[in-house]
Ligand binder design. Structure first.
Ligand SMILES: C[S@@+](CC[C@H](N)C(=O)[O-])C[C@H]1O[C@@H](n2cnc3c(N)ncnc32)[C@H](O)[C@@H]1O
Length: 223
């Protein structure tokens, strides 16, 4: 089941009053997988600054709510300690370390006592081994460019390594770190469909880098 690969929290998925928050999900796919696993009485909240219109459903299920806000803005007061699960994936990239810590604290304050928070970030720390560089030279080169552009903008490229610390400082206990190696790109991804979609994702990173380069050169940072 797809959710098993993307969700690492041991909750009761059949709890009728389950409340789940996806922060920075871009589209509906992560919550769509959750929706298939939980009762219709569960509440699913999508929160992001912008929606990927192509991948959002034309009509929302009645138990799904949209909140358009930045992770750096305060959450609605009623959200405090109200969620069984809070999940955020690849959304801290826009932050420096202090902001990321504040974002993690704010997200953690939304979790019910006994609930779970899941933070996932790509490893941009640039620590490729010689063997990995030999295996995937172009990917390593792309990651080097991502790291230098993040540094040029004053963003941290260490979030992935700092996640446990962010959560510990926020007050979380029972913290588990899981490292996933995801084969991507035309020659490494495991299915034809994944080869096409992950290649597209990698190419979109190149577009982002081009924008960052222009922003840095003009003195305006986009994020
Ligand atoms: C790299 S995408 C990741 C999307 C999705 N979580 C995934 O894993 O496929 C980053 C997401 O973070 C969102 N984002 C960026 N800055 C944000 C901010 N300040 N507040 C809330 N969301 C933000 C973007 O709109 C986008 O949906």
């Amino acid at each position: 089941m797809l959710w098993a690969a993307i969700s690492h929290f041991p909750i009761d998925y059949l709890y009728p009053a389950l409340r789940v928050l996806a922060s920075g999900p871009a589209d509906w796919r992560w919550l769509e997988n959750m929706a298939a696993m939980v009762p219709d009485t569960a509440t699913l909240v999508w929160a992001d600054t912008e929606a990927n219109a192509v991948l959002m459903p034309s009509s929302l299920p009645p138990n799904m709510n949209l909140v358009r806000k930045s992770i750096t803005e305060p959450w609605p007061a009623g959200f405090h300690q109200s969620f069984d699960v809070v999940s955020q994936r690849m959304t801290l990239e826009a932050c420096d370390s202090n902001t990321a810590q504040a974002v993690a604290c704010a997200l953690f304050s939304l979790v019910k006592p006994g609930g779970w928070i899941q933070l996932l970030e790509c490893d941009h720390s640039g620590g490729f081994t010689a063997e990995q560089r030999l295996c995937c030279p172009r990917t390593a080169e792309l990651c080097d460019l991502v790291v230098s552009s993040m540094n040029a903008m004053g963003k941290s490229n260490q979030h992935c390594r700092d996640l446990k610390g962010y959560l510990r400082a926020a007050g979380a206990i029972d913290i588990v770190k899981t490292i996933m190696v995801l084969p991507v790109g035309a020659s490494k991804a495991l299915t034809t469909e994944l080869q096409a979609s992950t290649t597209q994702d990698l190419l979109s990173v190149v577009d982002d880098l081009r924008e960052v380069n222009q922003s840095v050169q003009s003195g305006k940072f986009r994020i």
